[in-house]
Design a protein around this ligand. Structure first.
Ligand code: IPD
Ligand code: CA
Ligand code: CA
Length: 271
């Protein structure tokens, strides 16, 4: 158990760190060229900007908590299991960034033993910091966050995303999407899972679901949603979303109806 004052100290260090790294990312937006872009896996792109941003974050957090370990998307540091693990996506929404579509974020979470205890999702272009501390709440800047009170599916704004790899779940995904198009007020695909969760925590949207994600896409954002009073599960209704990469998140009120639709079309072993 880490005491509250220590968690608050870490939180107050994460905000300026994200501001600094976001400044770097913004400065590179119109400098990055086609030759700088590598393809990691099918449709999954990366550039020096993701890697340099990650190195800046790792350096600062190693100084802040010397005994901690790291789980990072770009693997610029070895991942050795420690009691305290920083879970980092230095640039969530790389495809948007590389096409100058101004919607991408930095996501950093701290896992202490088995629990994520701090999360920050930083909107790079709008310079908004969404933060959460386990058991204490979630904030955008100094304002406490609360999920929406939307009570029916036909009033719901839903966000989703689609895997980079066009996998065999495409048929199920289409059925779920079709249901949402027919039964919800609106559906969006914005391209940054971490910001999708931050928007849910702020009551901007009501439901976010997606599959084939990684722990660094979800760790900080899922804590934001939980601390803002929402519900987060995997596609089977369990709590293994950080490890199995499927997530249903909602304002709580709409969780059961959304989960029902996903259960109807996706296998229980969906990833
Ligand atoms: C991606 C974004 C996107 C989601 C993808 C993620 P990246 O992260 O979060 O919204 O649909 O599955 O991989 O690659 O931009 O860090
Ligand atoms: Ca990501
Ligand atoms: Ca990324």
């Amino acid at each position: 158990m880490i005491i509250s004052s220590v968690l608050n100290k870490y939180k107050s260090e994460l905000v300026p760190l994200c501001q600094q790294v976001a400044g770097f990312i913004r400065a590179e937006l119109y400098k990055v060229e086609a030759a700088d872009i590598e393809t990691k896996d099918m449709n999954s792109l990366v550039s020096y900007v993701d890697k340099e941003a990650e190195k800046m974050i790792v350096k600062r957090l190693s100084d802040l908590l010397p005994e901690s370990g790291f789980i990072t998307e770009e693997g610029t540091v070895a991942s050795t299991l420690k009691k305290d693990m920083w879970i980092i996506d230095p640039l969530d929404g790389t495809t948007n960034f590389l096409r100058k579509l101004p919607h991408f974020s930095i996501s950093i979470a701290l896992r202490h033993e088995d629990d994520v205890v701090i999360g920050i999702v930083y909107d790079v272009m709008l310079e908004d910091a969404y933060t959460a501390i386990r058991g204490e709440g979630a904030w955008k800047g100094d304002n406490k966050l609360k999920v929406s009170d939307t009570a029916t599916m036909n009033e719901a704004i839903v966000i989703t995303g689609f895997p980079y790899e066009r996998d065999q779940q495409i048929a199920a995904s289409f059925e779920v999407l079709k249901h949402c198009i027919q039964h919800c007020r609106g559906i969006r695909r914005l391209g940054s899972a971490a910001l999708d969760l931050a928007y849910l925590s702020a009551g901007i949207i009501d439901i976010y679901y997606e599959n084939s994600l990684n722990i660094w896409d979800l760790a900080a954002g899922a804590l934001l949603v939980e601390e803002a009073g929402g519900t987060v599960t995997d596609y089977s209704g369990g709590d293994t979303y950080l490890n199995n990469g499927t997530i249903i998140s909602s304002n709580g009120i709409l969780h059961a109806p959304m989960a029902q639709v996903i259960h109807r079309f996706h296998n229980s072993d969906a990833k």
